[in-house]
Design a protein around this ligand. Structure first.
Ligand SMILES: [Cu+2]
Length: 312
């Protein structure tokens, strides 16, 4: 091999290894909110999926990389063959072209190998479809209704708890809140429990999309589409409507607060009381509760975060 070729290969290898090493999913650290919960928000210049926080998103991530490596092999083989043919069989080096029109062995190979590759991709794909549609026996069901331009969350096991969730206007953001992602009333759910979203729409097509949880379903008027998730750990998770739904489509982010079970239950009790009086649960009540608990722990130093300036 020529020396220049060796250097080229070395550079390519280093770039590839570097890309894998700085892979965001491998080095996932999250800023924490005042209650000490990690904030799973997107970051500027993020080029990979957000780190997975549910079994389905883990499967999606695995599947994506599995197919990516197969593609990598196919592209490498085809590019290599093309390069070889261009160099070895150009008009100068090969003035008398071959007149071969058939080669049974090669033809069988280039039919069978791609077919086998498709089978190798098909089997885990089918598995994933079954995994995603297994929404039996949830701990709880939340009816999610898309409206122009806000979300509505109704707790099917506590039907009085039914509130709307609007994006916070940019000029009213408080420290720690994220532009176009923070909302006035986040959806509050327990961590580590199977939750089914029953997704519908009150007007036009919307889509309920939370990338780190592997949740994405159309919200269609007159239909209920289901999707389940089980959030790995307490934290704040973000998504947005990702079906163009009109003028203020960008004003319907999704904020999900996953709480430890005990805290979720006390939140739900409060929310039921508020609902009985015709109120929605107070803004970020979960932080108030968690802050009270943290105040007892005087040694805890948990500064609030300012994601608006996030380069972190
Ligand atoms: Cu929408």
């Amino acid at each position: 091999m020529k020396r220049s070729n060796r250097y080229l290969l070395l550079a390519l290898g280093t770039a590839l290894a570097g890309a894998v090493l700085v892979h965001p999913a491998l080095a996932a650290t999250f800023p924490k909110n005042s209650a000490g919960f990690p904030i799973h928000a997107p970051k500027p210049w993020e080029w990979w999926f957000q780190p997975a926080a549910s079994p389905i998103q883990k499967s999606i991530n695995w599947m994506m990389q599995f197919v990516l490596w197969i593609m990598f092999g196919v592209v490498l083989l085809v590019a290599g063959l093309l390069g070889y043919i261009m160099v070895r069989f150009n008009a100068k080096r090969n003035p008398v072209p071959s007149t071969t029109t058939h080669n049974t062995l090669i033809e069988v190979l280039w039919t069978v190998v791609p077919a086998l590759l498709l089978v190798v991709i098909f089997v885990p794909s089918l598995n994933m479809i079954y995994q995603q549609s297994d929404y039996k026996n949830p701990y709880m069901t939340v009816r999610v209704t898309g409206h122009q331009w806000y979300w509505e969350y109704k707790y099917m096991q506590a039907k009085s708890v039914d509130f709307t969730s609007y994006a916070i206007p940019p000029n009213q953001l408080k420290p720690g809140q994220i532009k176009q992602l923070s909302v006035d009333h986040p959806l509050v759910v327990p961590a580590n429990k199977k939750i089914v979203f029953q997704i519908t729409s009150g007007d036009v097509l919307h889509s309920f999309f939370i990338p780190s949880l592997g949740v994405q379903r159309y919200a269609i008027p007159g239909q209920y589409w289901h999707q389940w998730t089980k959030i790995d750990a307490p934290g704040i998770y973000y998504g947005e409507c990702n079906q163009i739904c009109g003028m203020n489509h960008d004003d319907m982010p999704i904020e999900i607060v996953a709480l430890p079970m005990a805290q979720f239950q006390s939140w739900l009790a409060e929310a039921k009381k508020d609902a009985a009086q015709g109120d929605v649960p107070p803004i970020h009540k979960y932080e108030v509760m968690a802050e009270a608990a943290a105040a007892k722990d005087a040694s805890a130093d948990r500064p609030g975060i300012a994601l608006a300036s996030a380069g972190n």
